[in-house]
Design a protein around this ligand. Structure first.
Ligand code: NG6
Ligand code: CA
Length: 509
């Protein structure tokens, strides 16, 4: 009897070794333990406090919460910057954006910001046999300066490492309001070419400034150029009527493309990397009618619920395709939250008790914590144990960390190997990190953050966000003062001096 039990146990053990060993040895299969499929789900302007998993009570985000609860939820994770373009630049290149003077919020006509000879996350993965795709918001420039939107648009994502790219050029509030499918404007008709200009309007075309009667959404600041679907945009555009996106359908369109990519690549022999760059909750907030009014918080809340649903659908696809156990999912946001970002859309009026930044000070555009500290979750069924990590990590670290994961020795200068932290095997995160907001920088070091003096207004009044500018040095202990209420610069002169010295060393002269 006893012998039988033991041999039964040995059998189970042997079976486990056999199965596990096989899956590890599987050579170039679609997603293995050493080369899993990788998906980065990246939201636009989602704040640290916008998810119920991160403390929101007025909004429920069950699908993203599931990733957080069954994966690893980070409380000290950062986008590199408090705006979109620089954060995305860093995410894909592993280089601090303040090293590149052009890494600022880009117009829709800006040239490609990433050099075609520069190392990128998708390029690194391709050296290890991955198929790579991007679906969603690009906002890293396209072409070399004078894009003809009626020809192949190049260089773009395909030229910096993505085998597949279905994108919007810049932001939902910027022209051109069209999708680009592997370099070509989707649905463009030959006899209706697209023209785009950021300086002057095309004759006879209505604008938000001159034709308020045509608007279904009113502009508050900026956003008064060309009108598309009743929404006034940044920049002027003419033509391409059939190719123009319908804002309320955008979430479904990107989701379907992402799902299709996963289903197609699943059957290939190579693992895949999908960068799913969602547009919510950036302005203009245009929930599909299915989500309209659901949050009680106006369109900003509604599109967060819509985004949560999309994440749930994407995860369902992974589950249905049997990919949950060989896919690493990383969830985050490009910068902190903003309420009024240029349109009257009830974000302020219907906010109620909700705190998009959670306990953090500031918001999008800010050097205070809410600008760059964002939700960040790693999820990998069977590999990452559920938990919470307080280790400091940055999106900057993804290139090098994922290189380690897939057995590549490619490294990017500013990108640290945080793989064991991302997997939950270690809590030894970064010791220091430079934070950036519209080219102004600060140093996070251990529990402290030092913000040098900056000219400029304390508050950006149009968006009603504290920017972090002050005439003196600011020093905060984030461990005891997460809301940055008490500036200890004058009471901690030695610490301040040390951090200033270190800041100058990293930033250079
Ligand atoms: C600002 C826009 C803002 C938003 C932001 C980019 C105005 C007045 N404001 O210039 O609405 O589009 O750029 O946001 O035009 S980001 O998340 O892509 O960085
Ligand atoms: Ca953004």
């Amino acid at each position: 009897m006893k012998v039988q039990i033991i041999s039964g146990r040995i059998f189970v053990f042997m079976l486990f070794v056999f199965l596990f060993g096989c899956s590890q040895r599987k050579p170039e299969g679609n997603g293995t333990i050493d080369k899993p499929n990788i998906i980065i789900i990246y939201l636009d302007d989602l704040g640290y406090g916008d998810l119920s998993a991160y403390g929101a009570t007025a909004l429920q985000t069950p699908n993203i919460d599931r990733l957080a609860n069954e994966g690893l939820k980070f409380t000290n994770a950062y986008a590199t910057s408090a705006t979109c373009t620089p954060s995305r630049y860093a995410l894909l290149t592993g280089i601090y954006p303040w090293r590149n003077e052009n890494a600022k919020i880009l117009p829709g006509t800006a040239p490609l910001l990433i050099g075609v000879d520069q190392m990128t996350l998708p390029k690194m993965l391709k050296t290890k046999g991955y198929n790579t795709g991007v679906v969603g918001k690009w906002h890293l420039g396209l072409g070399t300066g004078h894009v003809d939107w009626n020809e192949r648009i190049s260089p773009g994502p395909n030229e910096v490492g993505f085998d597949y790219a279905f994108i919007m050029a810049a932001t939902q509030d910027r022209v051109p309001t069209i999708y680009i499918d592997n370099g070509y404007v989707a649905g463009l008709e030959n006899d209706d070419p697209i023209l785009v200009d950021y300086d002057k309007n095309f004759e006879g075309e209505p604008t938000g400034l001159e034709n308020p009667e045509l608007l279904k959404m009113k502009w508050h600041h900026g956003h008064n150029n060309s009108i598309v679907n009743g929404i006034p945009r940044i920049g002027f555009m003419k033509g391409g009527e059939k190719a123009r996106w319908v804002d309320e359908e955008m979430a479904d369109v990107f989701l379907e493309k992402a799902q299709k990519y996963i289903r197609e690549k699943k059957n290939g022999s190579r693992p895949f990397f999908l960068y799913y760059a969602m547009q919510q909750p950036h302005v203009p907030r245009t929930p599909h009618p299915r989500f309209e009014g659901l949050s009680g918080m106006g369109p900003r809340g509604d599109v967060i619920l819509e985004a949560d649903w999309c994440v749930g659908q994407l995860m369902k696809t992974l589950e249905e395709e049997g990919l949950l156990e060989n896919t690493l999912v990383i969830f985050s946001s490009d910068n902190g939250p903003v309420l009024n970002d240029g349109y009257y859309d009830d974000a302020v009026e219907k906010l109620g008790t909700h705190s998009p930044a959670g306990p953090l000070r500031g918001g999008k555009y800010s050097l205070f914590e809410a600008g760059t500290r964002v939700p960040f979750i790693t999820y990998w069924k069977g590999r990452i144990q559920p938990g919470v990590s307080d280790a400091m990590v940055s999106q900057l670290d993804l290139l090098t960390s994922l290189a380690t994961l897939v057995g590549s020795d490619i490294r990017a200068d500013d990108s640290m190997d945080m793989l064991s932290v991302l997997m939950g095997d270690s809590k030894m995160g970064r010791e220091e990190l430079i934070l950036e907001a519209s080219t102004r920088t600060a140093l996070r070091s251990g529990d402290f953050v030092m913000i040098p003096p900056y000219d400029g207004p304390a508050v950006q009044t149009q968006v009603n966000i504290e920017l972090g500018n002050d005439e003196g040095y600011q020093l905060y202990n984030l461990k005891t003062d997460i809301s940055q209420k008490s500036n200890i610069a004058s009471s901690e002169p030695e610490l301040l001096e040390r951090l200033i010295k270190r800041f100058n060393e990293i930033r250079g002269p």
